[in-house]
Design a protein around this ligand. Structure first.
Ligand SMILES: Cc1cc2nc3c(=O)[nH]c(=O)nc-3n(C[C@H](O)[C@H](O)[C@H](O)COP(=O)(O)O)c2cc1C
Length: 389
């Protein structure tokens, strides 16, 4: 893989840090480039009180000189404002594991005597660092005309009606919606259900759609499992906390169709191949086929609920109810930008791998030759072969 990143930091620690390695040299990059995505992660109905405390800002500590990336590892650091409220304070031991969180499994695995260490690192506060990394990758994709956008298509079973809406329309409408949903009617039902869940001490999950436009033919490969673009996107999406399912294209509804109905017919258009539909999500055999790449991610209702859930106190071994600590009610709208970020990283990685080269200047001309495949470019001789002679 061409690009890799690591994040570090605890939810209430001093800072979150990310190091992104492998980014091409010559990309214009400032802290402002990252600010918009970070702000999007902090807004929306269903967010908890923590978002009122934080004003996320990523400082660029390395890998950028005079506003351009140098090819060296890029360090991004986000200070946690809430740290000041926790530093040096005695925090009561947390010993009642929440079903659905890392609490119990991590305590057993690492031998913790208090749930706090796993809670601090498993917390989705870490996704702020991923959004910063994703913003850098989004900036990298921009000069190649590749965009990554998403929206909420359903929360708590209230599904948006998207018929007749182009993808661009969906995104534009979602950005105007406080729950990132393009259908205003579904959005009001969603807002009402979030309000109700809040009053009941419950949480809600939903589905997020992500579309990548402008992807050239040839990212990823069929030659080995870990080079497949679909597998790489699925890993990136499932790496986001609370994302429990990923569908590439119409994966689940295709299971109810016959083979001749489930695929995108290949047509000869005026300037190259055209496809009838995009049911396969722009990926065939693990390789991008020049159509928009799209996927859907299922986010579960998050585990921290104000209403207690059955658990066992790890100090007494006795049954009890979960302890509630400040939390979101429905972070699905906020998770749209997180999914966009991890997808942007996976696409940037596959593009860099395809183009080779160390700088934008080296990659640009290579990309320009990677235009949509034409029939003439792929004309075959039709001669018979003798394989493995
Ligand atoms: C943007 C975002 C915000 C989240 N906020 C919360 C939260 O406030 N409370 C909570 O219990 N879980 C929250 N989660 C989910 C937990 O981090 C996640 O469920 C937990 O780490 C266990 O991991 P798993 O659900 O992937 O198994 C959030 C997830 C995301 C992506």
């Amino acid at each position: 893989m061409a690009l890799r990143y690591l994040t570090a930091g605890e939810s209430h620690g001093p800072a979150l840090t990310a190091i992104l390695e492998g980014m091409a040299a010559g990309l214009p990059l400032t802290e402002e480039t990252i600010a918009e995505d970070l702000a999007r992660r902090q807004t929306g109905t269903g967010s908890g009180d923590r978002m009122a405390i934080e004003r996320d800002h990523a400082a660029l500590l390395s890998g950028v000189m005079e506003g351009l990336t140098t090819g060296a590892p890029i360090t991004l650091q986000l200070m946690n404002r809430d740290h000041a409220n926790w530093k040096g304070k005695a925090v009561p031991a947390y010993t009642t594991p929440r079903p659905g969180h890392a609490d119990l499994a991590a305590a057993v695995k690492y031998g913790y005597t208090d749930i706090r260490p796993s809670l601090e690192r498993a917390s989705a506060r870490e996704t702020a660092a991923r959004v910063a990394v994703g913003a850098v990758c989004r900036a990298f994709l921009k000069p190649f005309g590749i965009t990554v956008d998403g929206y909420v298509s359903s929360i708590n079973g209230h599904a948006a009606c998207l018929e007749g809406m182009t993808f661009r329309d969906r995104v534009a409408r979602a950005r105007r919606s406080e729950v990132q949903c393009p259908d205003p009617e579904a959005a009001s039902r969603i807002i009402a259900s979030i309000e109700q869940a809040k009053s009941q001490g419950e949480t809600l999950g939903g589905i997020i759609d992500i579309v990548v436009e402008g992807v050239p033919v040839g990212l990823g490969s069929h030659v080995n499992w870990d080079r497949r673009l679909d597998a790489r996107l699925a890993q990136a999406a499932l790496g986001v906390p609370a994302i429990k399912g990923v569908e590439i294209g119409n994966a689940f509804s295709n299971t109810g169709k016959q083979g001749t109905q489930a695929h995108d017919a290949i047509l000869q258009g005026s300037s190259g191949f055209e496809r009838r539909g995009d049911a396969c999500g722009g990926i065939e055999g693990g390789i991008s086929n020049g159509q928009p790449v799209w996927l859907r991610a299922a986010m579960k209702p998050i585990p921290t609920t104000r209403k207690g859930q059955d658990t066992v106190d790890l100090t007494t071994g006795k049954p009890c109810l979960t302890y509630y600590e400040r939390s979101d009610v429905c972070p699905v709208p906020r998770a749209v930008v997180v999914l966009e970020a991890v997808v942007a990283v996976a696409i940037a990685d596959a593009l860099m791998e395809k183009l080779g080269g160390d700088s934008i200047a080296e990659m640009k001309p290579r990309f320009d030759t990677l235009r949509r495949a034409t029939l003439d470019d792929t004309r075959m001789s039709g001669q018979p072969h003798t394989f493995w002679p």
